[in-house]
Write a protein that binds this ligand. Structure first.
Ligand SMILES: Cc1cc2nc3c(=O)[nH]c(=O)nc-3n(C[C@H](O)[C@H](O)[C@H](O)COP(=O)(O)O)c2cc1C
Length: 345
């Protein structure tokens, strides 16, 4: 066999590495019960994929470098500006999109505009404004669509996310009450607004009849905001008085996980796919790490990216470096998954 004479095996850390291996071996004993049964590990079939282009995706018409999305998080507080700026800068640097938190405060005043004014940091990656269905319903009833058009255009946002949160509103001490079914308000928004629209929940997810109704509309995408992560109904109960908390605590346990929603949607697409206009989704709500993201996107028959709120928030609150480290680890984990993991069917 031909020898490669240029190859010299330099391994300067060999001795200390071997020492580490001996001392750490006992610490590393695995618990069989903790094996992640969602995947087959396939070490034979791939090289170490390092080229990040493999993660690029055309999602809903946008060219993204990572299949990720920053799920909407509230503005209008002192910290909001720092959080939004950190997140938007990271989106521009690493190449993915972001939903702003509720922009309700911008409908009637410019006081907080600077907190949300981040499009210049995002290059061509998508930025979506955000409003609750309650506000959209009131503006629809007043025929005041121009207020939303003006807000979205001032932010130079690519579209609008409408969050639909009836359970949160019900449990929130100062919550709104809807006078129309959200699906009817969304239909009116689609008829009267010129921008792309995404619809989401806020941490409870939604069942098959709601998903089916949304999939038939010309929405840019649906974001799950499923149960299993941050839960706004629970947050509202923490803010409520003790009597109300005791009475309504059970209500916070209804909802649907992201995994359950992917299965529901796969089944719906199989039955009614020809009638569906929505082609892209954001799987979010308790999607904690790169393995969750890889798994849920792999089992989804609808083209998906994964959305994360609290995961990004934790690092955006610290500093740029912490956020960069988190995203780089996600990206590396996704490459590792693409290289050596296959979903168990
Ligand atoms: C601090 C915070 C503020 C949020 N504010 C909004 C909001 O203004 N509008 C909205 O649609 N969702 C809002 N959400 C919900 C998230 O977009 C997301 O649906 C939910 O947190 C589940 O994702 P997670 O489990 O990754 O945190 C907020 C979430 C957090 C953590």
């Amino acid at each position: 066999m031909k020898q490669n004479s240029d190859y010299i095996d330099i391994d300067e850390t060999a001795s200390s590495r071997k020492e580490d291996h001996i001392t750490l071996a006992f610490k590393s004993q695995q618990d069989k019960l903790l094996l992640d049964r969602r995947f087959h590990y396939e070490p034979m079939l791939s090289r170490h994929i390092k080229d990040e282009e493999i993660l690029h995706t055309n999602w809903a018409g946008y060219e993204l470098k990572l299949p990720l999305w920053v799920s909407s998080m509230t503005g209008g507080t002192e910290k909001a500006k720092k959080i939004n700026f950190n997140l938007a800068r990271a989106c521009g640097k690493y190449g993915f999109g972001m939903g702003l938190g509720s922009c309700r405060s911008l409908l009637f005043s410019d006081e907080y505009f600077d907190d949300f004014n981040v499009k210049h940091l995002m290059e061509d990656f998508p930025l979506y404004a955000n409003l609750g269905i309650a506000q959209v319903e009131i503006l629809a009833q007043q025929g005041d669509w121009s207020r939303i058009e003006t807000m979205v255009s001032k932010l130079r946002a690519d579209g609008l996310i409408i969050h639909v949160n009836p359970l949160q509103e019900w449990l929130q001490p100062e919550g709104d009450r809807f006078t129309m079914a959200p699906i009817d308000t969304i239909r009116l928004a689609l008829e009267n607004l010129s921008m792309p629209i995404i619809v989401k929940e806020v941490g409870q997810g939604m069942g098959p009849a709601s998903l089916d109704a949304l999939m038939r509309l010309p929405l840019k995408a649906i974001e799950f905001a499923a149960s299993g992560g941050t839960n706004f109904s629970t947050i509202e109960l923490f803010r409520a008085d003790e009597k109300r908390r005791e009475l309504l605590e059970k209500a916070t346990h209804v909802g649907h996980t992201a995994q359950e929603m992917v299965h529901m949607l796969n089944q719906l697409v199989q039955q009614n796919g020809a009638q569906y206009k929505v082609k892209d989704i954001i799987i979010s709500g308790g999607v904690r790490d790169f393995l969750d993201s890889y798994y849920l996107r792999s089992i989804s028959s609808t083209h998906a990216i994964s959305g994360h709120a609290s995961g990004f928030l934790k690092h955006a609150l610290i500093d740029e470096q912490s956020l960069d480290n988190f995203i780089e680890t996600m990206s590396e984990g996704l490459l590792m998954s693409e290289s050596f993991l296959r979903v168990r069917l």
